[in-house]
Design a protein around this ligand. Structure first.
Ligand SMILES: *Cc1c(COP(=O)(O)O)cnc(C)c1O
Length: 388
């Protein structure tokens, strides 16, 4: 639980927000690998920076407070956080993953954890009836993203948590797309939240980082052991950058969402656009569920242009909006999931789950929305290869 009633305040003052030693308003960057001991066995709270570092600890306490969890852990990337969390499993265990799970999460299960006897099933977490039939005796965990990338598929986190807890499974939610400012999975029943903090939490496309928050002391003890044993920790400077980014999360997200809602409405009304995926549009899949569990539809939009538009030309003609992997920074970015973020998912599976070659993903930045829309408009116009 946060000590502050309002998230805007917790973002700035949560965790350890200053330096008790000097009164410095910001947590200093403790750029040290080790700590002097006052005598054998007499440590002042830290012994070695893989195990603990005051800057990283401030970040870990902050994210735990923001997600309403028992303890937080900071890693060198989102994938390092996910890998550490998956290391809670044993050989012989099975994981259910949302069909639109992040490509890297799929890949680490498909190509790394498979070597250790951990298997996965692509599950339909958006259809509860189907989902429950996919739970087998060896299933030990489920990984959900809501909305899931890139089709913005919404999963009812509370309902899935309830079903899975009846079967004794661990519920892991990747909350990267929403952040605790828009959605709090632990309050909805999840056991663990993971983040690619590279995205909205960092917010400025200048740091790669991952976070995990657990709901119980038992999970905290196990994940602390894994974090220290496997060692994929976040460095002090990057921890500082994340704390700095998180302070402005509320104002950034408010503007991001305001712009995203306008961009989604613009695309939905555009004659060149065949389909828009955005959980904030009333006609979208999961609109009601998303409204129940999140503050709004978030920032990420995917869309398809009609067949008489050449998406290669569209990507090349964009002037303001940049073609790049990643999302969540202050600048608007587009990507082509089939060849970029989701290329690690085999074409066959991509087709099955609906990631078409014509799909475009847009991370709406906080520039003036008129500039963003004008850029999309001119690039779409130039991409028309023949009249329909
Ligand atoms: C980017 C991303 C990840 C991976 O995080 P990295 O920081 O790139 O390792 C995991 N999940 C989601 C939803 C992401 O967008």
């Amino acid at each position: 639980m946060s000590r502050y009633q309002y998230p805007e305040t917790a973002l700035i003052h949560g965790g350890i927000s200053n330096d008790p030693r000097t009164g410095a308003v910001n947590v200093p960057i403790y750029q040290t690998s080790t700590y002097q001991q006052d005598g054998l066995g007499k440590m002042r709270g830290y012994e070695y920076s893989r195990t603990g570092n005051p800057t990283r600890e401030a970040l870990e306490k902050l994210i735990a407070e923001l997600e309403g969890g028992y303890a937080g852990f900071a890693f060198g990337s989102g994938m390092a956080a996910i890998t550490a969390v998956l290391s809670l499993l044993n050989s012989g265990d099975r994981v259910l993953i949302s069909s639109n799970v992040y490509g890297g999460t799929f890949r680490v299960l498909d190509k790394v954890f498979n070597h250790f006897g951990i298997t996965y099933t692509i599950a339909d977490t958006a259809d509860l009836g189907v989902f429950e039939t996919q739970i087998t005796p060896d299933t030990k965990a489920v990984i959900i993203e809501s909305p899931a990338n890139p089709l913005m598929t919404v999963t009812d986190i509370a309902a899935v948590s309830e079903i899975t807890h009846q079967h004794g499974l661990l519920v892991i939610v990747d909350n990267t797309f929403m952040t605790p400012y828009l959605q709090k999975p632990l309050a909805l029943g999840a056991d663990i939240v993971v983040h690619s903090a590279t995205k909205y939490l960092g917010g400025h496309s200048d740091v790669v980082a991952g976070l995990a928050v657990v709901s119980t002391a038992e999970l905290a003890e196990r994940l602390a052991f894994i974090q220290n044993s496997t060692g994929g920790v976040l460095g002090p400077f990057d921890s500082f950058l994340l704390i700095r980014g998180i302070k402005t999360l509320a104002v950034r997200m408010d503007r991001h969402v305001e712009n995203a809602e306008k961009a989604a409405a613009f695309l939905a009304a555009h004659p060149a656009v065949k389909r828009v995926y955005y959980p904030g549009l009333p006609e979208s899949q999961g609109y009601a569920v998303n409204k129940k569990q999140a503050k709004n539809g978030g920032v990420m939009i995917s869309f398809e242009l009609h067949e008489n538009y050449d998406i290669r030309v569209f990507f090349e003609r964009l002037e303001l909006v940049m073609l790049a992997e990643s999302l969540g920074g202050v600048e608007s970015l587009v990507c082509h999931p089939a060849t970029m973020t989701h290329a690690s998912i085999p074409a066959e599976i991509r087709r099955q789950v609906g990631i078409t070659d014509g799909l475009i993903r847009l991370s709406v930045g906080i520039e003036n929305i008129a500039d963003i829309l004008a850029d999309l408009e001119q690039a779409i116009a130039q991409a028309e290869v023949r009249h329909a």
